[in-house]
Design a binder for this molecule. Sequence first.
Ligand code: NI
Length: 174
Amino acid sequence: MTIRKLLRMGHPLLHEPSYPVQEFNTAVLDALIEDMKDTMIEAEGAGIAAPQIGVLWQVVMFEIDDNPRYPNEESIDFTVLINPEIRPVSDKMSAGWEACLSVPGMRGLVPRFKSVRYCGFDQKGDKIEREVDGFHARVVQHECDHLLGILYPQRIVDMKDFGFSDELADKVGC
Ligand code: NI
């Protein structure tokens, strides 16, 4: 079990695009996934992307299962998603509050596509294809943004909707 150091906003690697994984079922990839999982669980995150621990590979994972940081959201099965591609199902957007392990203590209101189709590969290299909406769609878009070198504050429309979680508690409603 290895809990890795989480890079925080401002670290240059968080703003770099990541490279596709070339080979599955390698010791290096499996160890990366293991470390990401340990780090995400320790930090009580809903998701994590490889660049957040300093690795520029297209690997993300997410899970919502009674997460204390997201008490009102539907659950999402634990998913490892490699070399993802996302397409919006329609141009409908919705605004929702987001947080990020690389931006600790903060929240922001971010517009995202309401429903998306995504595909990619799981840890073993098997194809994943899903159409999702709501919070699931939001989480996938947030995590895949990390692979483009984009953090959620860059997507906030009105910077009044960005701040410390405790100060925003009334507005966020949790
Ligand atoms: Ni994040």
